[in-house]
Design a protein around this ligand. Structure first.
Ligand code: ADP
Length: 559
């Protein structure tokens, strides 16, 4: 297979050939004009010296050694002399060449041009490129260098023929390469133009979406901000600026003037914790309104924005004004607190009178049933009012109680005993470790535990089995109430300990206020413990609370 040369190789070869051509031309010129008398020619046997003027024979040998073809023509165009190089170029034995008209080797289309070159050559030196036809009919490009000679035999025309095939081939290849290069350049140009169009389009899209985002962020009735991973603000929307009176740069240093002094430290700690733990931030604080200096409550949230590797790259936050709702809720709380207080006194006396009636003799059977139903209703009402009062106390920060060392195993055991009387149709199974000692308020812990059992019964209408477990680890007591009832979803699990929250849309289907777990969690918090739930919809729930264990001190043997 023919080896294709690289562009660089072709260029190099062409340069080399042009150089050789130039050198040969110069040599020929020098020989013709008699500028040189002798030549050193590289032969296979080493360098040889040829003297030109002195010996015609030497001159002929030199002509034979040349790479170029050399012919001498008579006036009539007949070849008088040819070197063997020319004979092999046109593929005819040397002996046959001499005596032939040169025009035999010139194709018709070049005859005119040849005529012009030779006519000129008779007058002075001339040059020109034409194609010659060899014996096989192939056309070969040649450079002709023509000059007239005065020989003994008369005037003659000397023609030196340089084969340009390789040069032409190289030129062609070069042209091809140049063409390919041009095509590649055009393709690159087109691609570049397309790329520019795409970039322009994308930039436009980006600009539009940025504008759109800005429009959205500036017109939404919520404060929006973003921060870097260090927690420092780097963007605030228009509402922020309008509300606080500070732009993003000012806000970076004016935190003390933005937040209510009572909320500042707590907020900084909560924000720093979220940043450190790389989790969603949530908080409430009072933010100063620049127009009237009023501090209004805001609910703030910030979520970390992550790249595809899960690394946080920014935080996106919102502050929602909840001041009006908060005030409404406070009014409601106040009303609940007053109402439950006011209700408690007449209810207590009502309960007393019903108890008195219970002890009355000669009550008809019907009256006995009425009294028992009234007692149950009054107890339920009592329970509800107690829950409302507890919730009010929690809100007012007044849910305080005394704590003392107590045996949690015994307390749980007693509650389970009571429950078996209250819920005779349920199988309540106990798995209790002995002597779990904690420091707490027996009445409040019983309230928590009974609330969990009551819920387990209430929310397992079709399953009657409940497991109560009390166990201890190295430093923690854990009490669990396990049921196989309706369970709840994951999202309910997260909200279940909030005030008035009811899962599974229980608002209308099951009686309750959604306060029992809220109160329970506050009571457990007051005990430095934790309450939690693990649940599966339609499979059941496990409610657990943990409390710090009281570790028995080793006896002091020094006494
Ligand atoms: P209440 O039972 O009065 O609604 P709670 O605060 O005790 O209030 O419970 C809040 C909500 O939690 C309930 O409304 C119910 O949706 C859900 N819940 C509590 N315990 C269970 C349980 N064991 N199984 C399923 N859901 C429960």
């Amino acid at each position: 297979m023919k080896e294709t040369k690289t562009y660089e190789e072709l260029l190099e070869e062409l340069e080399e050939l042009s150089f050789q051509l130039k050198e040969a031309n110069e040599t020929i010129h020098a020989i013709r004009t008699g500028q040189i008398d002798a030549l050193v020619v590289e032969t296979e046997a080493g360098p040889q010296l040829y003297t030109l003027k002195s010996a015609d024979h030497t001159y002929r040998v030199l002509i034979e050694k040349m790479k170029e073809g050399a012919v001498t023509l008579g006036k009539d165009g007949i070849i008088l002399y040819s070197n063997s190089q020319f004979a092999s170029m046109i593929n005819i034995p040397l002996a046959k060449v001499i005596g032939l008209p040169i025009t035999n080797f010139i194709p018709d289309q070049f005859k005119n041009k040849f005529k012009k070159i030779t006519e000129q050559g008779w007058k002075s030196d001339s040059k020109g490129e034409i194609f010659l036809k060899n014996n096989h009919g192939d056309l070969i490009p040649f450079l002709l260098s023509v000059t007239s000679l005065e020989l003994d035999e008369g005037a003659a025309l000397s023609i030196i023929l340089t084969d340009l095939t390789l040069q032409k081939e190289n030129e062609k290849q070069l042209e091809l390469k140049n063409q390919q290069l041009e095509e590649a350049r055009l393709a690159a140009y087109k691609m570049n133009e397309e790329l520019e169009d795409i970039v322009e389009e994308r930039t436009k899209d980006l600009l539009v979406s940025r504008e759109y985002f800005k429009f959205l962020a500036d017109n939404i009735p919520v404060i929006i901000w973003t921060s870097g991973i260090d927690g420092k603000l780097d963007y605030v929307n228009r509402r922020w600026v309008e509300y606080t009176g500070f732009d993003v740069e000012e806000s970076k240093t004016k935190q003390g003037e933005l937040l209510h002094p009572d909320d500042l430290e707590r907020n900084i700690t909560e924000w720093q914790t979220a940043l450190k733990e790389k989790r969603k931030y949530e908080g409430e604080f009072r933010l100063k309104r620049t127009t009237d200096g009023a501090y209004r409550w805001h609910y703030s949230q910030a979520i970390p924005f992550k790249d595809k590797h899960g690394n946080i790259t920014a935080w996106i936050g919102t502050n929602i004004d909840i001041d009006d709702q908060k005030k409404e809720l406070e009014k409601k709380d106040e009303f609940i607190s007053v109402a439950s207080h006011e209700l408690k006194t007449p209810l207590t006396s009502l309960k007393g009178y019903i108890q008195l009636m219970e002890f009355q003799e000669n009550l008809s059977d019907a009256a006995k049933i009425y009294v028992s139903k009234a007692t149950s209703s009054v107890n339920k009402l009592h329970h509800l009012i107690d829950e409302l009062l507890d919730a009010s106390k929690i809100k007012a920060g007044k849910l305080k109680f005394n704590k003392e060392e107590l045996n949690l195993t015994e307390l749980v055991n007693l509650c389970v005993e009571n429950s078996t009387y209250i819920y005779p149709l349920h199988q309540i199974k106990k798995e209790l470790q002995d002597d779990i000692i904690v420091c707490g308020n027996a009445e409040r812990l019983e309230q928590v535990f009974m609330n969990l059992i009551n819920n387990a019964v209430k929310y397992s209408p079709n399953r009657k089995e409940i497991i109560i477990r009390a166990e201890k680890t190295k430093d923690t007591a854990i009490v669990s109430v396990i049921d196989f009832g309706i369970g709840m979803t994951k999202s309910d699990e997260e909200l279940i300990f909030e005030r008035f929250y009811r899962a599974n849309g229980h608002d209308s289907t099951m009686p309750g206020l959604g306060m029992g777990l809220y109160i329970s969690s506050e009571i457990i918090k007051e005990h430095d413990g934790e309450i939690s739930v693990r649940s599966k919809l339609n499979e059941g729930s496990v409610f657990s609370f943990s409390l710090p264990l009281v570790i028995a001190k080793p006896k002091d043997i020094s006494k």
